[in-house]
Design a protein around this ligand. Structure first.
Ligand code: GRF
Length: 221
């Protein structure tokens, strides 16, 4: 008997390239998951068009129409829950979430952040990595906690920072890796290989001491 597909809702704010990478990966990598809806807080997010093209219900909930963070988050929760998701994927969702939202989805809310967390939480990560004189940078997929970009990290992809890199070239290098990393973690979740127990990530029933690095070659670059 085939297991029930993992039911997913994706939240976006912009171009949705990570969302598209996940959409493409489901049939390609035989991932037992279904994206029930894509929701954006921006009505004109390009990712909504991509979702429609993939025949996925695409909705917007405009945060500017709500008078508080909490009332917006409550509207989001109501809509998300109507799709009964097992997993909520933040893919470039540019809103800080309330504690109520994060607690409601504890253990089934993941995000991708363009840095090797815990380094460079927040914005402008690529420029900050260059300014700090680092030789490596990357992306992290993590469970979301109430600390901004601070939840337990599941896996990371690493890229080398070359001398000629600027923030834009580095962003593109990292984004390419994000498009590999996020589908991979989604696949592991669909296979029930990952769980969060007391803020510790378990992979195949074993607690992770540190994040899984998916592009080991880059360490030597
Ligand atoms: C990515 O850089 C991701 O790491 C960050 O937001 C960006 C989203 O890009 N959280 P896209 O909308 O998936 O193209």
């Amino acid at each position: 008997m085939t297991a029930k597909p993992l039911s997913i809702v994706v939240l976006i704010s912009g171009s949705g390239s990570n969302m598209q990478a996940i959409i493409d990966s489901l049939p390609k990598q035989n991932i037992n998951a279904e994206i029930k809806a894509v929701i954006s807080n921006k009505v004109d997010a390009y990712g909504l068009e991509l979702a429609k093209q993939a025949n996925i219900p695409a909705l917007s909930i405009d945060h500017t129409l709500y008078d508080s963070r909490l009332s917006f988050d409550q509207a989001m929760i109501e809509t998300i829950d109507s799709f009964k998701p097992d997993l909520i994927i933040l893919a470039g969702f540019m809103r800080i979430l309330s504690e109520e939202f994060v607690n409601h989805y504890a253990g089934r809310l993941i995000n991708i952040h363009p840095s090797l967390l815990p380094e460079f939480k927040g914005l402008n990560t690529h420029q900050r990595a260059i300014d700090a004189g680092h030789h490596q940078h990357g992306a992290s997929v993590h469970f979301v906690s109430n600390e901004l970009d601070g939840g337990p990290v599941i896996a990371q992809a690493v890229v080398a920072i070359d001398e000629q890199d600027d923030a834009e070239s580095l962003r593109l290098k990292v984004l390419e890796q994000e498009h590999i990393l996020y589908p991979l973690v989604t696949k592991w979740l669909a296979q029930n290989r990952i769980a969060l127990v007391d803020q510790t990530v378990y992979f195949d029933q074993t607690p992770l001491e540190k994040a899984i690095i998916i592009d080991a070659d880059s360490w030597n670059a």
